[in-house]
Design a protein around this ligand. Structure first.
Ligand SMILES: *Cc1c(COP(=O)(O)O)cnc(C)c1O
Length: 253
């Protein structure tokens, strides 16, 4: 059985190889380790290896894990161990319901799943009170038939225009998911289309100067995504395996 460290190194090597094939700079490609099947201990091991970017799609697991990792970082400090190389950056990658925003926003560095104007308005309202700017990616629905959430390509321009008027919601780029397929090559058409839209929107005056993140590709197809221009890939299974960890009972009262 491979250790987490071996799997981590293998994923990084595959990222570097894919970047090489298309002449991109591997250091500009960020891997978000998706923790939905990870135990706290496995996440700690990645933290110890210096990994900084973690993503979750379920609020409950997200808040628990973030608290446990923060505690771990504090304990290391108390024990006089070297501080973490990188401060942890949490990414929210699940469908975000408006009534959950209040809990997600304080923890999150980047929300990958902005999929409606109403959600943007909710984020704006909460972020304004917190005097915080929230960075978001527009989740694009390229393969309409398989997926319910995400913005239709034709609606992106209008949404960006609306975001211009919201001082606390900052669009940083786009995210998409390909339909689940055995063959990673099946994702190429979706990723290519998303990448084209991304390049178009980058030039749009409403996207702002920092519209430069393209999040696509998961364990099965991240190499294809990188070949199509992704600079964030979201990898779970290739790092942590397939098995769901038993949910710990929340200890909070
Ligand atoms: C679970 C998940 C991933 C990671 O998927 P793997 O196939 O386990 O790598 C990436 N993105 C989103 C939105 C997810 O929900």
């Amino acid at each position: 059985m491979q250790t987490i460290k071996e799997r981590y190194q293998a994923v990084q090597q595959r990222i570097a190889d894919a970047a090489d094939r298309v002449g991109s700079d591997a250091s500009k490609i960020h891997m978000v380790a998706v923790t939905k099947h990870a135990s706290v201990d496995e996440v700690r091991q990645l933290v110890d290896l210096g990994h900084a970017d973690f993503g979750e799609n379920r609020l409950q697991h997200f808040t628990q894990l973030a608290a446990q990792i923060e505690e771990y970082a504090d304990r290391r400090k108390e024990l006089g161990e070297p501080a973490l190389v990188n401060p942890i950056r949490w990414h929210f990658i699940g469908h975000l319901q408006r009534n959950k925003c209040r809990r997600v926003l304080p923890l999150t560095r980047l929300i990958h799943t902005l999929d409606s104007l109403r959600l943007a308005e909710e984020i704006q309202e909460i972020a304004e009170k917190r005097k915080q700017v929230i960075e978001v990616l527009l989740q694009i629905n390229i393969s309409k038939e398989r997926q319910k959430t995400g913005i239709a390509p034709a609606a992106i321009g209008y949404l960006l225009e609306q975001l211009e008027t919201m001082s606390c919601v900052k669009p940083r780029g786009m995210m998409c998911m390909a339909p689940i397929a055995e063959n990673p090559e099946d994702s190429r058409a979706v990723f290519t289309r998303c990448s084209e839209l991304f390049e178009e929107m980058k030039l749009d005056k409403n996207s702002g100067g920092a519209f430069n993140i393209l999040s696509m590709g998961m364990s099965n197809d991240f190499e294809v995504a990188i070949e199509c221009g992704a600079n964030i890939v979201r990898v779970g299974t290739a790092l942590f395996g397939e098995n769901a960890v038993p949910q710990e009972t929340p200890t909070e009262a």
